[in-house]
Each structure stands twice: as structure tokens, then as C-alpha cells.
Design a protein around this ligand. Structure first.
Ligand code: FAD
Ligand code: NAI
Length: 469
């Protein structure tokens, strides 16, 4: 088999891999990116961030047309749902964006190699193409960016029809009458919201006694309250122990997490959303001698190097939050390090966003974390009820909370629930990257009337001097 030579071979064309490939090519390296899916963009573009946000936007418009426009004096006729069209629009958004990555590869002269990659030596990767043909790639360095897959739940077998992972829940052909969501994490609440808005009765079963466990507790409590008002039902402190799918529906059994009698739940569809796990199947890691940790993640050092010199790993298949922007930043950094430059990811300042309505956004440390670490802090809160833009838009639910070091006033965490939270968190990220104090945000002029004034007011509130509350 003829061998093709590259400076860098990236395995996986998701946000981690494609960004690493483009950055390395910008720095003058000869780069190939191997992707086994039919299109580039990974989980994020194909079955994750992008299709879910497309459906969240479409379903939100449907909900607004049905319930909210009247308040603004806008009357509409009978509001109808054309689910097939909504899905087709989502698919087009995905297709356009994934083709965009292929165009970026062309522009940057990254060789796009369609097929499944396997590491066969510390500088060699074989690729099996979709038609069974094989290629051998030689590389000075290899980056593994193979991402993650849904964590399965024992005795709840996913068939992607009645019992689905997020992938199936992005493509239901009809609105399920009763949808049970297992897991009140980010996927459960985002996709639960989509189907609730489109008319499903949604029950979320969660093992813990709270929702979105990775977010600040006060924000999570408010989110649960708001989602309940939107019609989502929660069964917290319960674990699903089995599911039987029949022609007509699915029968689930759930037990209290603390022990006790099992209850039965009937559903037309079930979404299993209990987390994701690293995906490294068929990569040949055993033969290559690449070490994994007990959670199946590829072990890396601060420079994304595995225990095998020349082999690096980034994104969902390594430690840290499973987020597209974290994978992208690691992609840029690993490329710069391989090219002999400096590179660094600041894991203390990675925003997390839940795209429900209202959105939830979080960065830095939460109150529970600060208390557990014994760090003295001051908290400033400001509610969107008192924000003039919120009033004009009719979006008054939620608040901003800024946590600042009690001694130095340095911002340690910012937590929001409210309109445009996912956009507002960027201001907090910049402030924290520059080591800002709450006072710095408070003294920065914010345009009026904007949602961002709530951030400024929360910063003033850290020192007990908010103007509008
Ligand atoms: P992936 O995107 O998983 O890409 C890995 C790629 O590698 C895949 O395309 C796979 O086919 C390929 N691959 C695997 N093995 C091989 C092999 N041997 N050879 C060739 N190719 C291979 N994150 C956010 O930040 N914001 C969001 O709004 C968001 N929404 C999400 C919604 C859903 C429903 C889901 C499931 C996830 C969401 N995420 C979101 C998470 C986000 O998708 C991931 O964090 C991100 O895609 C990780 O990027 P990655 O490059 O590490 O891996
Ligand atoms: P998650 O980790 O966010 O939430 C899983 C939830 O399931 C947790 O609350 C957990 O306590 C619960 N759980 C676990 N086992 C259970 C059981 N047996 N019964 C009942 N509940 C159980 O995972 P999720 O929602 O599957 O998402 C996976 C990852 O994908 C996220 O953590 C995130 O990294 C990424 N993602 C990011 C998005 C964003 O940034 N907006 C959107 C969607 C996904």
C-alpha cells in the first residue's frame, strides 16, 4: 500500500479535530483530517449543538405564536405545526454548515480523508474508506479527536425509535404524546423543552434531587420552577430501572434513588440522556499502547500529549467538560504546541450555556463550590424584572448573580438565568480572563436599554449599591 506523508494527521472532524487541522495548516504544517461520518463537523454540527439549537428556535417561535404574541397586540390566525418542514429546515442548517467546514478545509489546504482511522504505530494511521479501500498515512504527529457517544442505561435499550438517544430525539417523525426523559441534564432539558413546546407531555426523571447538576444551585432551582410553569413535570430523586418497548408504547419502572417501592410510567417515547462517554472504539489504542483513565478517557498531560510520544488527544475523549468550545480551544492550542509555539487553555474560564427559555449561563465557580473550598465571597444579584429591556420585551424572568472574592473583589463566578444569558456570559468571560474585579464591571459603561445592564447592576450589587433595585 502506498504511503502518504503528513506533518500532522488528525483523527475526527468534529469541533476539536477540524479546528486543530485548520490551525495547524495556517501555521504551515501539511495536515490530513480523517473523518468516518459522511460529513464533517462531528457530533456538534451533525447531531448535537446545531440541530438542537435549530429545533429550539423553531419550537420557541411556535410556542410564542401560540401563547405570547397576543400580549404584544399581535393577533395571528390558527397556529399550525408542520413538523416535517421544521425538520427539513434543521437538516438544511446542518448540511450548509457541514459543507462550510469542507470549504474551509479546501481553503486552508487540509486533506480531508473520508474513512475510519486506526493507529497502527506511533507515526502511522490506516484509513478504511466507505467502499472498503485502505490508505496508509505517515505522520510526524497524530491528534486524536474522536469525541463521545451517549452513555447507555442498563435495561433501557436504545432503538432510536421509541427509546432514543439525543440523536433520535432530534428526528422524531411525529410529536410523541407522552415523552419520558431520563436525566435532567443539559440534553434532557433542552430537548424536553423542544417537545413540550410542540405539544408533548414531558416527564423528566432525574436520579439526583436537583436539575442541571453542573450549574449553580440557585440558578438550577429557578430553572426548574420556570420549566414547571411551561408544563414540564419532574420526578427527582428517582432512577429508571427498566423499560419495555411494545407496539403501543414503552413501560418504564422507576425507583426512588434512596430506595423504596418502584413506580410504573407509561410513555410513547423515551429519551435517555444520562451523560456521554468518550468514544475510542476501533482506534487501535491498545495496540498503540495509549493509556486510558478509569472513565475511559484518553490520559493526557498539560500539552495534550498521551503517554506515547507523537500522539496527542483533545475534546470530548479527554478530561474536562464535554463542550464544543472547549474542544475548539484545545484544537487551536494543540496545533500551536505541535507547531512549536506557546499555547494554553484556561479551564477556569469556560462558559456553559443551557439553551432553554430562559437560557442559563454559567462561568467560574458556583456558590456551593466556593463554600466547599472555604473561600469568602460576596454575591451581587439583579433580577430581570427590574431591567428595562426585559420589560419592553416581556422577558422578565431570571436574574444575574456575580460572585466576587470578599477580600480582593476579583470576579470568581457569574451565573445567569434570563434573556440572552448565552450571549451575556461572554462579557463575564472577558472580564474574568482579564482578572477583573466586580468594580471594573460596575464602572464599565453599558448601553441603555440592554439586557447587559443587568450584569452591571449585579456588579454594583456586590457592593450593595445597585441603582435599580
Ligand atoms: P465530536 O464532535 O464528537 O467529533 C468526533 C468525530 O470523530 C465524529 O464526527 C466521529 O465520527 C469521528 N470519529 C470517531 N472515531 C473515528 C475514527 N476512528 N476515524 C475517523 N473518525 C472518527 N456543546 C456545546 O458547547 N454547545 C451546545 O449547544 C451543545 N449541544 C449539544 C447537543 C447535543 C444533543 C449533544 C449530543 C451534544 C451537544 N454539545 C454541545 C456537545 C458537543 O457536541 C461536543 O462537546 C463536541 O462535539 C465535542 O467535539 P469533539 O471534536 O471532541 O468530538
Ligand atoms: P448531563 O451530564 O448534562 O446530565 C445527565 C443527567 O442524568 C444528570 O443530571 C445525572 O444526574 C442524570 N442521571 C444519570 N444517571 C441517571 C439515571 N440512571 N437515572 C436518572 N438520571 C440519571 O448529560 P446529558 O444531558 O446527557 O448531556 C451530555 C453532555 O453533552 C453534557 O454534559 C454537555 O457536556 C453536552 N451538551 C452540552 C449542551 C450545551 O452546551 N448547551 C447541550 C447538550 C449537551
Amino acid at each position: 500500500m502506498a504511503e502518504e506523508s503528513f506533518d500532522l494527521v488528525v483523527i475526527g472532524g468534529g469541533p476539536g479535530g477540524y479546528v486543530a487541522a485548520i490551525r495547524a495548516a495556517q501555521l504551515g504544517l501539511g495536515v490530513a483530517c480523517v473523518e468516518k461520518r459522511a460529513s464533517l463537523g462531528g457530533t456538534c454540527l451533525n447531531v448535537g449543538c446545531i440541530p438542537s439549537k435549530a429545533l429550539l428556535q423553531s419550537s420557541e417561535l411556535y410556542a410564542q405564536a401560540g401563547h405570547e404574541l397576543g400580549d404584544h397586540g399581535v393577533t395571528v390566525g390558527q397556529v399550525g405545526l408542520d413538523l416535517a418542514r421544521m425538520m427539513a429546515r434543521k437538516d438544511k442548517v446542518v448540511a450548509d454548515l457541514t459543507k462550510g467546514i469542507a470549504a474551509l478545509f479546501k481553503k486552508n489546504k487540509v486533506a480531508y480523508i473520508a474513512g475510519t482511522g486506526r493507529i497502527v504505530g506511533k507515526r502511522s494511521v490506516t484509513v478504511r474508506g466507505i467502499n472498503g479501500e485502505s490508505r496508509m498515512l505517515a505522520a510526524k504527529a497524530i491528534v486524536i479527536a474522536t469525541g463521545s457517544e451517549p452513555t447507555p442505561l442498563r435495561d433501557v435499550p436504545i432503538d432510536e425509535e421509541r427509546i432514543v438517544s439525543s440523536t433520535g430525539a432530534l428526528a422524531f417523525a411525529t410529536v410523541p404524546k407522552r415523552l419520558v426523559v431520563i436525566g435532567a441534564g443539559i440534553i434532557g432539558l433542552e430537548l424536553g423543552s423542544v417537545w413540550r413546546r410542540l405539544g408533548a407531555q414531558v416527564t423528566v426523571v432525574e436520579f439526583l434531587d436537583r436539575v442541571v447538576p453542573t450549574m449553580d444551585g440557585e440558578v438550577a432551582k429557578e430553572l426548574k420552577r420556570v420549566l414547571e410553569r411551561q408544563g414540564l413535570a419532574f420526578k427527582l430523586g428517582h432512577k429508571v430501572t427498566g423499560a419495555v418497548a411494545a407496539k403501543k408504547g414503552v413501560t418504564l419502572t422507576a425507583e426512588p434513588a434512596a430506595g423504596g417501592a418502584a413506580a410504573t410510567l407509561e410513555a410513547d417515547a423515551v429519551l435517555v440522556a444520562i451523560g456521554r462517554r468518550p468514544y475510542t472504539e476501533g482506534l487501535g489504542l491498545d495496540d498503540a499502547g495509549v493509556a486510558l483513565d478509569s472513565a475511559g478517557r484518553i490520559m493526557i498531560d498539560d500539552h495534550f500529549r498521551t503517554n506515547v510520544e507523537t500522539i496527542h488527544a483533545i475534546g470530548d475523549c479527554v478530561r474536562g467538560p464535554m463542550l464544543a468550545h472547549k474542544a475548539e480551544d484545545e484544537g487551536i492550542t494543540v496545533a500551536e504546541l505541535i507547531a512549536g509555539k506557546a499555547g494554553h487553555v484556561n479551564y477556569d474560564v469556560i462558559p456553559g450555556v443551557v439553551y432553554t427559555n430562559p437560557e442559563v449561563a454559567s462561568i467560574g465557580r458556583g456558590e456551593e463550590e466556593l463554600k466547599a473550598a472555604g473561600i469568602a465571597y460576596r454575591a451581587g444579584r439583579f433580577h430581570f424584572m427590574a431591567n428595562s429591556r426585559g420589560r419592553t420585551y416581556g422577558q422578565t424572568v431570571g436574574f444575574v448573580k456575580i460572585l466576587a472574592d470578599a477580600a480582593t473583589d476579583r470576579v470568581l463566578g457569574v451565573h445567569l438565568i434570563g434573556p440572552a444569558a448565552g450571549e451575556l456570559i461572554a462579557e463575564a468571560a472577558v472580564a474574568m480572563e482579564f482578572g477583573a474585579a466586580a468594580e471594573d464591571i460596575a464602572r464599565t459603561c453599558h448601553a441603555h436599554p440592554t439586557f447587559s445592564e443587568a450584569l452591571k447592576e449585579a456588579a454594583l450589587a456586590v457592593d450593595g449599591r445597585a441603582i435599580h433595585s
